[in-house]
Write a protein of this length. Structure first.
Length: 114
């Protein structure tokens, strides 16, 4: 059984920054892809960014140049550094990992508002 624990969400003003973290724990698992999705009210969940085991990254167009995904394999942790935040970035952010299955975090709220 693999568990993901997220942290780092909150309320921030437009133009501000937040850093999300997601730590995976469990036994006998290896991680391939790690990433983040987000879901705004009334909208479908969408991929924000992902990173492979070889550190190949991919970003959704609206966050390119503002968000940076990274991972620490020794800690089984993925990060999402979010800069120049906009009100449209407001959503619940979910981390995931691709292992023998797809595992999801519980979600963390990010609110960008003045």
């Amino acid at each position: 059984q693999v568990q993901l624990v997220e942290s780092g969400g909150g309320l921030v003003q437009p133009g501000g920054s937040l850093r999300l973290s997601c730590a995976a724990s469990g036994s006998d698992f290896s991680i391939n892809v790690m990433g983040w999705y987000r879901q705004a009210p009334g909208k479908e969940r969408r991929l924000v960014a992902r990173i492979t085991s070889r550190d190949i990254t991919m970003y959704e167009d609206s966050v390119k140049g503002r968000f940076t995904i990274s991972r620490n394999n020794a800690k089984n942790t993925v990060y999402l550094q979010m800069n120049s935040l906009k009100p449209e970035d407001t959503a619940v952010y979910y981390c995931y990992i691709s292992s023998d299955h797809i595992y999801w975090g519980q979600g963390t709220q990010v609110t960008v508002s003045s």
